[in-house]
Design a protein around this ligand. Structure first.
Ligand code: SAH
Ligand code: SF4
Ligand code: F3S
Length: 492
């Protein structure tokens, strides 16, 4: 995956334009699957568009499932929809601007289709609550991330001419019993949400306000979802949460406890053909048990997304990340010691309040130390209501933020290329995910280390199969390879 300025998983662009279009995130690209629940003939149509992180994408799949039960079927065109939903992100100002722009376009569609409803879901709905209805007159519903079960009632209220609002944040809701409708799926990779919310209170971040308290989903429903996916041909799951390592669950009857490492093992044991990934890990909670679980199971991928945010201990303290540079570099050392071929990626914020030039250099040096294969890199964007907004001044000029970001991006590009160059001549196990973007003659698929490979197709192989590939040449985003062996055991 090419490192870019503000790219991918936490993209400010839509991750799904509608149910059947392509998705910005590399991991989610491919042919669409039809809705699993049969729509009622002549029934109503909904259109959904998602912004922000993978959690939001995963929530849209829950929303689709709730709506399918109500007889709604999907449409590719918002102009034809009876219900237009936009699942929003508040992480940076730019993300919110995009949503407002899009709502203008939906307003126009509504004029031509009287009776159509527009609903705002997700983090921006939660942040702005009923204020949204004052600011955006044509919005009919405002629904927070924990209120999706209430959608049928809110739709009915809006159809009666009312305004449906539910932004109640729950301490329990995990949607554990709802089987998500896989949207825009390639039939190989799927997300499984394992925690919701976040208790960390990083000073720059809106997520604790928009997603509420952290809660862990009951493990047997997670395993059942993974098993169901395997039965339907899926071959990779990504366990999702804002901080997966703080997963904790206690059986109310037996008192038995489950940590994230324990859960990882349970999911890995579902089927050796099912790859297991997870995101996001918080450096303060990534413990050795997780590393030993990765080491023990071939199907837990050797890749960890471990956002550092800054390489300087004073800035990390201001950010309330609760670890310092030494703690972070110790975790990096331990990862490479326990899993020598593990790759690591990161999130970085540049230009946080009061960051000096020396402190910025500490970020550059920790990127180099950690040898990330990829990073999501952002300029600090002040968010209303956060500790940083209340206590610190957003004092780094825009042009300084931009220059520092460019330095970080350039360094990351260099490291991504170097890391890929070291793979030339090596052989990797790859899970085929579909056709390459550029040619239907080629497949694409990723290594356990999460590097994208492109290789010529071979007759008899299809997405979901495993092959061994040898790397011929590279750029900073891709390993150009060829198949040297088919993994028959894994393709049974
Ligand atoms: N829970 C994850 C990340 C959630 S948000 C974690 O803690 O790692 C995704 C990323 O957006 C963050 O890691 C951070 O790099 C970035 N981000 C969050 N708030 C931001 C802000 N106010 N300005 C710029 N980037 C921000
Ligand atoms: Fe935000 Fe920090 Fe929670 Fe991540 S861990 S979601 S950055 S508060
Ligand atoms: Fe955005 Fe909410 Fe995710 S703010 S990054 S959609 S948790």
């Amino acid at each position: 995956m090419a490192p870019d300025k503000e790219l991918n998983m936490y993209n400010d662009n839509p991750t799904i334009n509608n149910l059947n279009t392509k998705i910005v995130d590399e991991t989610r690209q491919g042919e669409a699957l039809e809705l699993e629940s049969k729509p009622v003939a002549g029934g109503k149509h909904f259109y959904i568009e998602s912004y922000g992180c993978a959690m939001n994408f995963s929530d849209s799949e829950i929303v689709a499932s709730i709506l399918a039960k109500e007889g709604y079927s999907s449409t590719r065109e918002f102009k034809e929809a009876d219900l237009i939903l936009i699942n929003t992100c508040s992480i940076r100002e730019k993300a919110e601007q995009m949503v407002r722009l899009r709502l203008r376009q939906f307003d126009k569609a509504k004029e031509k289709r009287p009776g159509a409803l527009v609903g705002v879901l997700g983090c921006m709905a939660e942040r702005l609550k009923a204020k949204f209805l004052e600011e955006e007159k044509l919005v009919d519903m405002v629904v927070g991330p924990d209120a999706y079960r209430d959608l049928p009632k809110l739709i009915a209220e809006a159809e009666d001419g009312g305004k449906g609002v539910n932004v109640f944040l729950s301490r329990e809701e995990t949607y554990a019993d709802i089987s998500p409708v896989r949207l825009g799926s390639n039939g190989v990779n799927a997300f499984i949400s394992i925690t919701r919310g976040c208790d960390n209170m990083c000073s720059f971040c809106v997520v604790p306000f928009t997603r509420g308290r952290e809660r862990s989903r009951e493990p047997f429903s997670i395993v059942a979802e993974a098993q169901d996916l395997v039965n339907r041909g899926f071959r990779e799951v990504t366990l999702l949460g804002q901080n997966v390592d703080s997963y904790k669950w206690e059986n109310p009857e037996t008192g038995e406890k489950k940590s994230f490492a324990g859960l990882l093992e349970m999911v890995a044991q579902v089927d050796p053909r099912l790859r297991v990934r997870f995101s996001t890990s918080h450096p303060k909670d990534l413990n050795d048990d997780v590393l030993y679980a990765i080491q023990k199971y071939h199907n837990i991928c050797n890749y960890i997304h471990l956002p550092v945010q800054s390489g300087n201990s004073r800035i990390l303290k201001l950010m309330n990340r609760t670890y310092d540079r030494e703690w972070y570099t110790e975790r990096i050392d331990k990862i490479y010691e326990v899993i020598p071929d593990c790759t690591i990626s990161s999130d970085i914020i540049t230009g946080f309040c009061t960051e000096t030039e020396e402190e910025h250099k500490d970020t550059l040096s920790i990127i180099e130390y950690s040898n990330y294969i990829m990073s999501y890199m952002f300029k600090y964007s002040e968010r209303p209501g956060t500790v940083a907004e209340r206590k610190y001044e957003d004092d780094i000029p825009e042009e300084v933020k931009s220059r520092r970001l460019t330095e970080i991006v350039d360094l990351q590009n260099k490291l991504s290329l170097q890391s890929n160059q070291l793979d030339v001549g090596k052989t990797f196990e790859v899970l085929i995910e579909g056709d390459s973007k550029k040619s239907t003659e080629d497949f694409k698929g990723r290594t356990s280390q999460n590097k994208m490979c492109i290789f010529p197709k071979q007759v008899g192989l299809e997405p979901g199969n495993y092959v061994m590939v040898k790397v011929k040449s590279v750029n900073s985003a891709t390993l150009f390879s060829e198949i040297v062996e088919v993994c028959k055991d894994l393709n049974a």
